[in-house]
Design a protein around this ligand. Sequence first.
Ligand code: PLP
Length: 439
Amino acid sequence: MKLSRLGSRFTTDTGILQLMDDLGSALSGDERKYMLGGGNPALIPEMAAVWRREMRALLDRPDEFDRVIGQYDTPQGRPRFLKAVSDMLNREFGWGISERNVAVTNGSQTAFFMALNLFSGPADDGTTRKIVFPLMPEYIGYADQPADTRAFVGTRPKIEQINEHTHKYHIDFDALEIPDDASAICVSRPTNPSGNVLTNDEIARLDEIARRHQIPLVVDNAYGTPFPDVIFVDADPTWNENTILTMSLSKIGLPSTRTGIVIAREEIIRALSAMNAILSLANGTVGQALTERLFESGEILRLSKNVVQPYYRRKAHAARESVRRHFGEGDGARFPYSVHRCEGSLFLWIWFKDLPGTTMQLYDRLKTRDVVVVPGRYFFFGDNPGRDGDGGASDGGTGLEPWEHRDRCIRVNYAMAEEDVDHGISVIADEVTNMWRNA
Ligand code: PLP
């Protein structure tokens, strides 16, 4: 193939592509597999019943149904849905927004592809615009999205060791540098992979820094409040004209409808809608049509608070208990480890301190025992000011090196069946023990 630079950029063998291929082949055999690797949400029976109810109600309105599947939406989204979302956010938080502050995209992943490329890469003034990620590790899905690999800057966190087996990341504001060519700051809250939730104070400080540099603050709310509300600590959602807030219907149970929602000032919504028209013409309408009545009535908030959040809270607790049981604690611990305090999202982020080997090696061992997790290194990307590094892609390149922390962590999805998560964690305990024994 005679590829363009952009073509090469999106088709090179990145680490994440290799990993996804690995996951695919790991899943292709006959043996039972314990998939604690991907980002799939759980199938929650009460939520499945709601989607079936809303689909039946839609089918009972044949004219509406025909329009939903038979017509393109506007590139910004379905007008009734945009209004339902802005009305709900105004009722809930008093943000004073209108439909013109809301855009729908084909999944929030696509919203990020658009936003990250809108703000990063070569600019007319000769600079290469950069996106700053103030707290690594961050969502693997951003890593390979920019057309220009020099586009990302990542910063290591401060690590608060809460007790022997629990830690929490904080933004290291002393180390946080916003280069002159920065064009946005981006965080996920709750954070995939660590389950960290940036505090209200951290968000307020980032907001202030972003305004001072006249660049937007992008907050990825895929797991956040008020929906799906997979968040176990108090955290206020915030928005202002300088914030780009992204939301998603995936983690409340509709990943296959590919519905992302962006709340931003009108100029940014117009830019995203223009890009959407080029990339997709319009968005899938089914997710919007299935949920707009829930936004209008506020039921989406009640379901998030009373069904989705308690469901994941229980599962997070069960997963943490499995770790306690299989890894041991204190003097009875089988090896050194620390789990990030699980404040939200679907993941346990486990740090194997001083592991004699890397979590890439651990990942290979686990694969032979049909347990699939994600090794930590893919969640550390971006050039790091003041350090060696070409940054950008999640290809295990030199971004954030030489920090050994990124090769000592794994991400475990706890949304799967409890007995599978428990079995997976017991196998992880065995294999980490074996690595120590062979050291
Ligand atoms: N942001 C975060 C933090 C995620 O974890 C995910 C998916 O796992 C996404 C964005 C993209 O989600 P979707 O495209 O399904 O809306």
